[in-house]
Design a protein around this ligand. Structure first.
Ligand SMILES: *Cc1c(COP(=O)(O)O)cnc(C)c1O
Length: 397
């Protein structure tokens, strides 16, 4: 039906003509293959492309920089975030690093105090060595960001909801601060997914995803992505993407294109199961504290309602009077939930942040933001809710 559009026009047409999320998830960036009519985007398993004469090619020269399967995915990701340009990377960290490469020694970054552990590690262990200064603040309070803005500030980098304590940051409010100060504003949108939240619409300049999580959705691919609107910014990021080479191959790009086709259905199910798990655990006698932004008394509830379509599938709990050994015992006793790092796949996962995903953050730093030894993070999958609740009940006995 859309065969006559080039990829870029195709994205624009989807935005301009107002196609909704599910339609974009299934069609954006994808065309019946011109040579065979194949409905699914082929896996262009090639590193290089024939040129008719030197420099005379069809837009593809070498697959580190451009590959048609990856290009289809990038156009699809851009459309899902209501952006113009997508870039896929070999991991979420590679995508994050491409943004940091925009910085120079002496530049300052304002970021959250409750970050993904790997982002914290890259900021402090890699980029501080290159002379970039990071300020870690509570991004649920825009004033704390405002206070750290100086003439050297180049980037504000936030996550919302945060990992693992699910704090909310007001994207529109921070976007206004960033714009007034002339500072780039990037949002790690991994926890929400593009189905629940679109930061570019709210004033962000860059959206980053660990595609490994909800977007891929099947725990079979590690990948990252950036989406931007500004062509100058895109060109700079594309330069680092091609120059430094952290780009994904065509097979993984295909798997993610396939995963995206059900993103909206999966997210609806993650949110519904997440809601039921949160409600069940809230009154459980062995739970001291629960984090889920859908509760009206969650401090970020109003912001979540305003900027998210639903509250997501992540729930974190603090066990009551539980030692590290007690917490390990609970975390190891599930039958349906799997004890593993990561999140956002169809299967439910249990994670112990203090030893697993956040193990690279010093104990005093993580405990200050609530990542205590008896905290367990749950990525609620899309299995039958009765089985999930029964498994939780059994493990908490
Ligand atoms: C997993 C994750 C990352 C890193 O992504 P990888 O694909 O593992 O490199 C970054 N941010 C958040 C919020 C994540 O959950």
């Amino acid at each position: 039906m859309f065969d006559n559009f080039t990829p870029l026009l195709f994205i624009d047409s989807l935005i301009i003509m107002g196609y909704k999320f599910a339609t974009k998830a299934i069609h954006a960036g994808q065309h019946a293959d011109p040579t065979t009519g194949a409905v699914m985007t082929p896996i262009y398993q090639t590193s290089t492309y024939r040129q008719a004469a030197p420099g005379d090619h069809k837009g593809y020269e070498y697959s580190r920089g451009t590959n048609p399967t990856r290009k289809a995915l990038e156009d699809c990701l851009a459309a899902l975030e209501n952006g113009r340009h997508g870039l896929a990377f070999s991991s979420g960290m590679a995508a994050t690093e491409a943004v940091l490469k925009l910085l120079a020694p002496g530049d300052e970054v304002i970021t959250g105090d409750d970050l993904y552990g790997g982002s914290y590690r890259m900021f402090t262990k890699v980029y501080e060595r290159y002379g970039v200064k990071f300020h870690f603040v509570d991004t649920s309070d825009p004033l704390q960001i405002q206070e750290k803005i100086t003439a050297q500030t180049r980037l504000i980098w936030i996550e919302t909801p945060t990992n693992p304590t699910l704090k909310l940051a007001d994207i529109a409010a921070i976007g206004q601060l960033a714009k007034a100060a002339g500072v780039l504003f990037a949002v790690d949108n991994t926890f929400a997914s593009p189905y629940l939240q679109n930061p570019l619409d709210l004033g962000a300049d860059i959206v980053m995803h660990s595609v490994t999580k909800y977007i891929g959705g099947h725990s079979d691919v590690v990948m990252g992505a950036l989406v931007v609107n500004d062509k100058v910014l895109y060109d700079k990021l594309f330069f680092y993407y091609n120059a430094c080479g952290g780009t994904p191959g065509p097979q993984d790009s295909f798997l993610v294109l396939r995963g995206i086709k059900t993103l909206h259905l999966r997210m609806q199910s993650h949110c519904e199961n997440g809601r039921q798990v949160a409600k069940y655990l809230r009154t459980h006698p062995r739970i001291a504290k629960i984090y889920w932004p859908g509760f009206e008394d969650h401090p970020g509830h109003a912001v979540a309602k305003r900027q998210m379509r639903d509250f997501g599938g992540m729930v974190s709990i603090v066990l009551k009077d539980a030692s590290l050994a007690d917490t390990f015992a609970v975390a190891s006793s599930f039958k349906v939930f799997t004890l593993a790092e990561s999140l956002g796949g169809v299967e439910s996962l249990i994670n112990h942040p203090a030893t697993m995903t956040h193990g690279s953050i010093p104990k005093e730093v993580r405990e200050r933001v609530g990542v205590v030894d008896n905290l367990i993070r749950i990525s609620v999958g899309i299995e039958d809710i009765d089985d999930l609740l029964a498994d939780l009940e059994g493990a908490l006995k």
